[in-house]
Design a protein around this ligand. Structure first.
Ligand SMILES: [Zn+2]
Length: 248
């Protein structure tokens, strides 16, 4: 680490849980973020600021005026731009230490598996079951920890699925998927700070997994009711009939 890096990351390096070795581990790590909307934006910004060395951003969508209320990686000058490319510029403006690779497409099976295989941690910040199932399957197949979040209205949820110890996967709780409108805010609406809270938690769980510190949310689903500011935790059990992880 050079002098600029020692100063830039000094407030993290001060933490005994991070120290120089932890900061170096962050600088060497690669995080795949799928979805650069309301959840992926704050997750990507905080991970870029923290000095995660490589961020791989995937999103095939473009920035719309209705996104700017909460998708903080994009600005007014980014309207109609691809979200992965717009977020990439925001991260580089904050921290040019980060190697950012932007994929302005929906990655299909083999391409998705390749990017998952190159990642230390995968963040699912998408808003549809098809993408969520594909990301989960790739993470189980390649034994990569998955950090997953969602938010609508004034509610959010976050969980970690780290199957390296044989724990449950995303499909264990959402066996058959269902209506995507339960995942997206087009019909339900969402209050901006709620996605900020959940997105920042995605970044925090990711950093903890990279540093191997604390207790992760692995196998636990944390539910936020922002209206009542009430947090609830549900233990996720492995579904022995799960089509994805039951025979892994
Ligand atoms: Zn499963």
């Amino acid at each position: 680490m050079n002098d600029d890096q020692l100063l830039r990351y000094s407030r993290q390096i001060l933490l005994p849980e991070v120290d120089l070795s932890g900061q170096q581990a962050l600088l060497k790590s690669n995080v795949l973020i799928v979805g650069l909307g309301g959840l992926g934006s704050p997750a990507a910004i905080y991970l870029g600021g923290s000095g995660v060395g490589s961020l791989t951003l995937v999103d095939n969508d473009v920035v719309d005026l209705s996104n700017l209320q909460r998708q903080i990686a994009h600005g007014q000058n980014d309207l109609s731009r691809n979200k992965a490319e717009s977020a990439s510029d925001s991260i580089l403006a904050l921290n040019s230490d980060v190697n950012v690779e932007a994929f302005p497409v929906r990655l299909l099976k083999e391409e998705l598996e390749l990017q998952v295989s190159l990642a230390d941690v995968v963040i699912d910040a998408t808003d549809n079951f098809e993408s969520r199932f594909a990301i989960n399957e790739a993470c189980i197949k390649l034994r990569k920890p998955l950090v997953s979040g969602s938010a609508i209205r004034m509610e959010g949820q976050v969980a970690v699925f780290d199957n390296r110890g044989g724990g449950p996967c995303y499909r264990c709780i959402y066996a058959s998927g269902g209506d995507d409108s339960n995942l997206n805010c087009v019909e339900n609406g969402v209050l901006a700070p709620v996605v900020g809270i959940i997105g920042a938690m995605l970044a925090l769980e990711t950093v903890k997994l990279i540093l191997r510190i604390g207790a992760s949310l692995n196998g636990r689903l944390l539910l936020l009711d922002g209206k009542l500011m009430d947090w609830r935790e549900i233990k996720i059990s492995k579904n022995l009939a799960c089509p994805v992880c039951s025979n892994v």
